[in-house]
Write a protein that binds this ligand. Structure first.
Ligand code: ZN
Ligand code: ZN
Length: 416
């Protein structure tokens, strides 16, 4: 594809729009994306892919083979959020579902994953129709449960790379509250790592008047909280950074009863994989050592309940793709991206496969509206961001822009 022309996309646009509106009206929570997966599987088959469903529970993989060449993985996440949509759009979600804990919750595509699915399926159609332009293999990955931080890993543990091939490059994109049709790329670190850790420390309860007959988990937990604060100050280099927050500490229910156990909930943020591992190892070590110091008879339980690897873009691949984006979209529509403090499990595909990855953002906010808010200094108040009940991407040119970025990125690695 020398020119970056997308004449076939104009014809496909009404169908893309119809598909997006349908997905938007029918959001599904993580690992419950049955309808979305079914729509995705059928569209990938129609584009010429060999399709496998049920990969990592509700994940879908479409393999498009076209002779010898590199393997490119394109990823879109499918899940929605337990949010009551308040956009006022005529296609707003009114869905209420039963979540895994049995509670009734409203559901909405407040993070724009419906757009991601639409983009990926649009790209599959374009690439399937342009086989004379490229050679190699494309893995189209529809991932479940990104918002739970476990969908990528579930697919990997279900043999994603063994069954469908190890990619040479991993590519993905996210919609954001930036001007529609604009693209934001950042070499290196682009999103932080996040780990949520639950800790249970076991003592031996008894009467508050006779502590010598007990192992007091309240004192054990209190000492642990203070000692955990030395991880960042004493074990992380001044030139690195991390956060260890104990956001919940629960033990006991009465002044004169020493309880049996204490529970801590930690939120950990880090920006590189080595620092992340060092902090997690230190948390385990400190918790175990404090339990030992208190004479606990039973080892504490440390469980990572949610985790997102840092999203780190390969420097060379990102620079080279950004140059290509600028050639197609123009200098004024391709910008350096910020480090996003949110987290994504996209990075897992790169970490597990060893392949370089590039993850970029595509704006979804009406450009004039963004400029007006920007000039007034009110972007944060006036432009609803991802996860807001008011998050409502503009359809055009957002729909076509994200298809183009994926197609351009795939062809960039497949000789097009
Ligand atoms: Zn999200
Ligand atoms: Zn998201």
């Amino acid at each position: 594809m020398a020119s970056g022309s997308f004449s076939e996309l104009d014809a496909a646009l009404p169908e893309l729009e119809r598909r997006y509106l349908d997905l938007h009206r029918h959001p599904e929570l993580g690992f419950a994306e049955h309808r979305t997966a079914d729509i995705g599987a059928r569209a990938l088959r129609a584009a010429g892919c060999e399709v496998t469903t049920g990969v990592g529970r509700t994940g879908v993989v479409g393999v498009l083979r076209n002779g010898d060449g590199p393997t490119v993985l394109l990823r879109a996440d499918m899940d929605a959020l337990p949010v009551r949509e308040q956009t006022g759009l005529d296609y707003a979600s009114t869905q209420v579902v039963t979540d895994e804990s049995g509670e009734q919750v409203p559901v909405a595509h407040a993070c724009g994953h419906d757009m991601h699915v639409t983009w990926l399926l649009g790209a599959a159609e374009v690439l399937g129709g342009r086989r004379e332009n490229w050679a190699g293999t494309i893995l189209f990955v529809l991932q479940p449960a990104e918002e739970r931080g476990s969908g990528a890993r579930t697919m990997i543990e279900d043999g994603l790379f063994d069954r469908f091939g190890t990619p040479d490059v991993v590519l993905g994109q996210h919609i954001g509250p930036m001007p529609a049709g604009h693209v934001f790329t950042r070499p290196g670190l682009t999103m932080s790592a996040s780990d949520t850790v639950h800790v249970r420390m076991f003592g031996r309860g008894g009467h508050g008047s006779r502590p010598e007959t007990t192992v007091d988990p309240v004192v054990m937990a209190a000492a642990t909280v203070l000692r955990l604060q030395t991880i960042v100050s004493r074990e992380v280099a001044a030139t690195d950074s991390a956060v260890v927050t104990v956001g919940a500490l629960n033990a006991g229910s009465k002044a004169n009863v020493i309880p049996d156990e204490a529970e801590l909930q930690l939120s950990i943020r880090s920006f590189t994989e080595p620092v992340r591992q060092r902090v997690l190892d230190a948390v385990r070590r400190v918790v175990r050592a404090e339990a030992n110091a208190a004479g606990a008879a039973r080892d504490p339980e440390v469980t990572v309940v949610e985790s997102y690897a840092p999203t780190v873009n390969d420097e060379a691949a990102t620079e080279s793709l950004s140059t290509r984006f600028r050639e197609v979209f123009g200098e004024q529509r391709v910008h350096p991206g910020p480090i996003v403090t949110g987290s994504e499990d996209f990075g897992e595909f790169s970490v597990a496969s060893g392949a370089p990855s590039v993850f970029w953002f595509v704006g979804g906010t009406d450009e004039q509206r963004f400029v007006t808010a920007s000039e007034a200094g009110t972007v944060d108040q006036d432009i609803p961001s991802n996860h807001s009940p008011q998050f409502a991407p503009d359809l055009h040119p957002t729909l076509s822009a994200g298809v183009k970025t994926l197609v351009i990125a795939a062809l960039h690695h497949l000789g097009g």
